[in-house]
Design a protein around this ligand. Structure first.
Ligand code: SF4
Length: 323
């Protein structure tokens, strides 16, 4: 039996290169948003997925909830491979796999009152009678730090922090087993970020749900996660328990990421901070994804992609440096 509630195994997602970008590539080349990406989320844990913007974190999260279809690989949930399910077969699982977006406001109908929006979510999943649904909405509003008075408001009448609370309420109300949180606090002020993160941690403990928490902010990921995966250019570079990773990073990309972090609590190592942009990864890309920016890159790195493997108990990296 798998130790994971959800296990992503070697997924790949490519896009065709259109418009001006096409001139840079041969017409047959496709851009890889995600390549051989693997991770597992255990029951009741928070798995933080961190990396620079555009590294494929959101594509991975969207694939989990069925918003993005991958080209190959599998996403195992219970005895099902989510990648093989049709839209109809996936529908019942939407109740168990929810997502909170960075821009929660754009996902809300501006013409409906908040109470109606949440009640509609319950109705879509066939949960409760009208009066039971109203009761559940009132309860969830309180749980996420809103009040009964917010039931009658429209989404645009809420502050940024309240909108995120509403987004979390919308995911929680149908009692999911796993929530993908995609940059849920990156648009908020630091003080509001702390409130939302603390609330998420409390709710997760209380309800025993699992979180796949996606962020480019390593300070935020360190604060909320039990385990952390570091992603670069579509693939996982390193994975470990939070304390282990932040005390003892092994991958040159993780070291460079920490060296560049403004967070004073992150232990800095003697690594050169990252410079330049992530290159575009196409299907013909060879070798280690980090080789164009890695100070240790050699001939082998340019030819052969390192496999993600366990080098210490629970600590995995994808790098030729570590034997
Ligand atoms: Fe750097 Fe090579 Fe390790 Fe990639 S495999 S991170 S290029 S040393």
């Amino acid at each position: 039996m798998s130790t994971y509630l959800l296990e992503i195994k070697g997924i790949k997602k490519t896009y065709s290169v259109r418009g001006a970008g096409r001139a840079l590539f041969s017409s047959k080349e496709r851009m890889c948003a995600v390549e051989n990406m693997s991770l597992g989320v255990k029951e009741g844990e928070t798995y933080g997925l961190v990396g620079e913007s555009g590294c494929g974190k959101s594509t991975t999260g969207r694939a989990v909830v069925g918003l993005t279809k991958v080209d190959s690989g599998s996403i195992l949930y219970g005895d099902k491979d989510l990648c093989k399910l049709s839209e109809k077969e996936f529908r019942p699982l939407r109740k168990e796999l929810q997502m909170v977006f960075q821009d929660a406001l754009s996902a809300l109908n501006p013409r409906r009152r908040i109470g109606e929006i949440l009640e509609e979510t319950l109705a879509i999943h066939g949960i409760g009678t009208a009066s039971e649904r109203r009761e559940q909405v009132m309860e969830i509003l309180q749980r996420v730090g809103l009040s009964e008075e917010h039931y009658f408001r429209f989404p645009h009448e809420l502050s940024g922090g309240q909108v995120q609370r509403l987004g979390i309420a919308g995911a929680l109300i149908i009692k999911p087993r796993l929530i993908v949180c995609d940059e849920p606090v990156s648009a908020l002020d630091v003080s509001i970020q702390a409130q939302i993160l603390n609330m998420l941690m409390d709710l997760q403990k209380e309800l025993g749900i699992s979180l796949l928490f996606i962020s480019h902010d390593i300070g935020v990921v360190r604060f909320i996660s039990d385990r952390v995966g570091v992603m670069y250019l579509g693939s996982l570079m390193e994975e470990a328990e939070t304390e282990q990773l932040f005390a003892h990073p092994l991958h040159p990309y993780t070291e460079a990421l920490f060296a560049a972090a403004p967070d004073p609590f992150i232990k800095r190592r003697k690594a050169a901070a990252l410079t330049g942009e992530q290159p575009v990864r196409t299907e013909t890309f060879q070798g280690c994804a980090f080789c164009t920016r890695c100070p240790h890159a050699d001939e082998k790195c340019r030819k052969e992609a390192p496999k993600l493997r366990e080098v210490e108990k629970g600590h995995k990296i994808a790098c030729h440096l570590h034997k």
